[in-house]
Design a protein around this ligand. Structure first.
Ligand code: ME8
Length: 653
């Protein structure tokens, strides 16, 4: 008998590059919850997929000389391969390029328009092409660049459709502050204060400057812009407004949408507003987790620190990676990924904790009883405590899974693993084994250990689905013994259980050797990423399309040598150095974006070439009077052109 329905979703990911460990977190977390709920007897729908439209995809495909659909098809294959590799067992995979989704989104858009929530207007502002986002002045970073990717933005203006948001403000505020929709709820204040209280801005829902999107049904110059297209996936995948599926009535509203904090706002405000406008029920919970950072830095392709889950999986197994990321991330907080922490965690919890408990217990059953326990029992000290802890575990894990606090669920299970290891030290079976009169006591101790392992590994099987069956096999547990129902009680294994020793489930990792090897991989990736970034920059900056200039035009540029007399970093900027130059006529200040490549001491005393008649500009509070010449090198570096043997103030021609 089904306990009811349970619908859980990940975000649909942009297939604009290969998936990384960050994508794995949300997907593996949802997969674990879905598995747990299935085990509990729920009728589960677990949805994931890809968000395949947009300017970025259109541009990338163009660079490669293929169609956008060909481009996304390739990457979607890699996503699907990764999910298989990570044992992610989704029930449905949606691609926003699927016909049924396209048709349903067009109907949704038209419905919102017919209901009077969508109107035509004009969008203008700072636009970042790679991120496909408009930003207000105050959102730009300290260098006036995109706050997400830190690349320059351009002024853009275009005709667009907008969705009215004001009619939903009051209901949205109530949803966030008076219900337990948002998890953790502590984030409600920031959403209410930053977005709702100052007056909700209308949402831009169409674009007409690119073509790769779902056409607006009543205006073919426009395509539907990201959020109406993307967010609707959660209902179109169930058959809303289309005939491809028909489980909308059964599964909607969603029980859990899980996302990282970067898209919390769109799921906490935009999505409920769209549903309110359509008069549809709201999802029950939005679980927001933080970023997986790498050694404390945001994971980014351009930094080359994107952790490749295939590489880690090859080395330690998909389950060890699943365990590590699930155990590290607390709902709402960031989690720093580091090779050291991962390896230590695998060694401590999996190899020494669980692996050791299983292999010691099974080895003792084989050694003292030839693999099959006798049925005589003799209860003793410490048993009750262990049994109480083991039988209480399932309710605790249920509770944490219900609250989407997976790290806490795993911590509880591993408390039982530690308790069982301690029970071995307390009951000293190796001493009991030497005494013929203590056989019944020894059998009791070993049975209690096998039972504790059975309960822990049954509950763990939702989180580590490929290794737990190996544990079941070793402890002689099968069929009903490893059901959810039996995870709540002690004594499901037959009294005369037979164990079967197998290979170590989580072999111990040689920390130093592995860290050296992993660090080498990270270093190589960073170098590759830098070279690739450089290559694409030089490619896009090729004078292709630039008009030839006459000597008169060149003569308008005043190039001169100048000596660097002082140099210091610009406080508000990560990139700029402030240089004081002697240009032969006096001193001037120039701000230059080279702090990644030079320390101030390496520059002082050198003579450089400056563009002396460049209009002054204020950069991060520094008035820059000119610029210095530097070269982009093929290895990704930047080199200032030194002219040390030429006196300061010489004219260059
Ligand atoms: O935002 N740490 O897609 P996206 C943790 N298409 N989670 C991470 C992460 C990291 N370092 N990097 C990515 C989009 N994620 C839209 C979503 S939904 C209707 C449309 C995960 O490919 C995390 O779940 O940029 C985050 O919310 C999601 O990937 C964003 O994926």
């Amino acid at each position: 008998m089904s306990k009811g329905k349970f619908y859980i979703t990940t975000p649909i990911y942009y297939p604009s590059g290969n998936p990384h460990i960050g994508h794995c977190y949300t997907t593996v977390a949802c997969d674990s919850i879905a598995r747990y709920k299935r085990m509990q007897g729920y009728d589960v729908m677990f949805l994931t997929g890809t968000d395949e439209h947009g300017q970025k995809i259109e541009q990338k495909a163009k660079e490669l000389g293929i169609t956008p659909k060909e481009y996304v098809d390739n990457i979607v294959e890699i996503f699907k391969k990764l999910w298989k590799y990570m044992n992610v067992d989704y029930d449905r995979y949606i691609r926003t390029t699927d016909d049924y989704h396209v048709e349903a989104v067009q109907k949704i858009f038209k419905e919102l328009y017919d209901r009077g929530y969508i109107y035509k207007g004009e969008y203008s502002g700072n636009y970042c092409t790679p991120c496909e986002s408009f930003w207000t002045d105050s959102q730009l970073d300290e260098d006036g660049c995109c706050p997400e990717c830190h690349r320059p933005v351009k002024q853009a203006k275009e005709e667009a459709y907008f969705m009215k948001m004001a009619p939903f403000a009051e209901r949205l505020e109530k949803l966030l502050t008076e219900t337990d929709y948002l998890r953790p709820k502590t984030r409600a204040t920031e959403l209410v204060n930053n977005f709702i209280k100052p007056g909700l801005e209308d949402l831009c829902v169409s674009r007409n400057s690119f073509k790769w999107g779902i056409p607006v049904p009543f205006d073919q110059d426009h395509v539907v812009y990201v959020w109406v297209d993307a967010l609707s996936n959660y209902i179109t995948a169930l058959g809303f407004n289309n005939d491809a599926y028909n489980d909308y009535d059964k599964f909607w509203p969603a029980d859990v949408h899980m996302v990282a904090k970067d898209i919390m706002r769109f799921h906490a405000i935009t999505w409920p507003a769209i549903l309110m406008a359509l008069d549809l029920p709201l999802p029950k919970h939005l679980a927001v987790h933080g970023w997986i950072t790498f050694n404390g830095q945001k994971m980014s392709k351009s930094l080359g620190n994107v952790v490749d889950p295939f590489v880690l999986g090859e080395r330690y197994g998909a389950d060890a990676i699943r365990y590590h990321i699930l155990r590290e991330m607390a709902l709402g907080a960031d989690s720093s990924f580091s090779n050291e922490v991962m390896i230590n965690r695998i060694n401590t919890d999996l190899a020494n904790g669980l692996g050791n408990l299983v292999s010691r217990t099974v080895a003792m059953v084989e050694k003292y009883f030839g693999g099959t326990l006798p049925t005589d029992r003799e209860p003793g000290e410490f048993d009750d405590e262990l049994i109480a802890e083991a039988t209480a575990l399932r309710d605790k894990v249920d509770d944490y899974v219900e609250k989407t606090q997976i790290n806490n669920a795993l911590a509880e299970i591993f408390k039982l693993v530690s308790r069982a290891n301690k029970y071995i030290d307390e009951t000293t079976p190796w001493v009991l084994g030497k005494d013929e009169t203590k056989k019944a006591r020894l059998a009791t101790v070993l049975y209690n250990l096998l039972e504790s392992i059975r309960i822990a590994s049954t509950l763990l099987s939702a989180f580590m689905p490929s290794t737990m069956p190996l544990v079941f096999e070793q402890i002689g547990a099968s069929g009903d013994a490893v059901s959810y129902d039996n995870a709540g009680r002690f004594g499901a294994l037959p009294a005369d259980v037979t164990v079967k020793k197998g290979a170590a489930i989580f072999p111990r990792i040689d920390v130093e050797k592995e860290i050296d090897e992993l660090n080498e991989i990270v270093k190589k990736n960073a170098e590759k990423a830098q070279a690739a970034a450089q290559k694409s920059e030089t490619k896009s900056e090729k004078p292709e399309g630039l008009a030839l200039i006459g000597i008169d035009d060149f003569a308008k540029v005043e190039l001169r040598t100048a000596k660097i007399v002082e140099c210091e970093p610009v406080k508000k900027s990560k990139k700029l150095l402030k240089l004081t130059l002697d240009d032969g006529c006096g001193t001037r200040t120039v701000a230059s974006g080279i702090s990644e490549y030079y320390k101030p001491d390496e520059l002082i005393g050198h003579t450089v070439i400056i563009v002396a008649n460049l209009k002054p500009a204020k950069l991060c509070g520094v008035e820059s009077q000119g610029m210095i010449l530097a070269a982009d090198c093929p290895d990704g570096g930047v080199k200032v052109i030194f002219a040390d043997d030429i006196p300061a103030g010489s004219k260059i021609r």
